[in-house]
Design a protein around this ligand. Structure first.
Ligand code: FMN
Length: 226
């Protein structure tokens, strides 16, 4: 298996939702996990935990939670419109893939849950009340910034090694059940549920909105010109 270059990896790391049942060799998973922990985190705290679920019964339990949580998310999506940058066909495929995974999460030979310990920060008395309020509310808002860079490393490492994966988050609606199943301590929160495995799907190039629509140069209204 030959690994591919960084930019090809980035441009072709499509969401993969169909998995072959073949087990993923332990060394490959270790390589993916080593890539994960090279990521940055706030204050270099590395308060992360990565739960790798390969046991068949555990996978089925987690998949059942994902399936039930996804039924609620599906109701929300049914009320949403297709994003204008996607064609009907692209949206149909996205939807079909998502719904397939709702029922088949447990088919992936590996389920990886990136987690963080999220103990509340004790702020010093010297901080003014208004600033404390801002610090406390924004802390929750940016908490994921200390785990999602690791998630992206996982996505890219999987792609480079020929493994499929996708970041999913529907399970958080029923996170208490997930935590009970995995016997996770109170202060650990799960930020994703990533099926990993070999796939018969094609990686292909991801399709994204053009730079000119999403990048601003110096100020709002002045699009980036490539
Ligand atoms: C924060 C986040 C949450 C996501 N949650 C789910 C999910 O619950 N289920 C799912 O099938 N895909 C989920 N995805 C995957 C997105 O649908 C996918 O990244 C997007 O459609 C682009 O797919 P592509 O890379 O194949 O173009 C999530 C992605 C992100 C970044």
């Amino acid at each position: 298996m030959s690994e591919i270059g960084l930019f090809e990896t980035i441009h072709s790391a499509r969401a993969i939702r169909h998995f072959r049942p073949d087990p993923v060799p332990h060394e490959l998973l270790t390589k993916v996990l080593k890539a994960a922990i090279q990521a940055p985190s706030a204050g270099n705290r590395q308060d992360w935990l990565f739960v790798v679920v390969t046991d068949h019964a555990q996978r089925r339990r987690i998949a059942d939670i994902y399936r039930r949580a996804s039924a609620w998310v599906r109701e929300v999506y049914l009320g949403n419109r297709r994003p204008t940058h996607m064609t009907d066909e692209q949206y149909r495929k996205f939807w079909a893939g998502g719904v397939y995974l709702h029922e088949h999460m447990g088919d992936a030979p590996v389920l990886l849950l990136p987690c963080l310990r999220v103990a509340p920060r004790v702020l010093p008395e010297s901080i003014p009340a208004q600033v404390r309020v801002e610090m406390e509310s924004t802390a929750r808002w940016v908490a994921g910034a200390s785990i999602y860079p690791a998630v992206q490393n996982i996505i890219l490492a999987c792609r480079a090694l020929g493994l499929g994966t996708v970041l999913t988050t529907n399970h958080v609606i029923l996170e208490a059940e997930v935590k009970r199943t995995l016997e996770l301590p109170q202060d650990v929160r799960t930020f994703g549920l990533m099926p990993i495995g070999f796939t018969d799907d094609k990686f292909g190039a991801v399709k994204r909105r053009p730079l000119g629509e999403v990048v601003l140069h110096d100020r709002f209204g002045n699009p980036w010109r490539s």
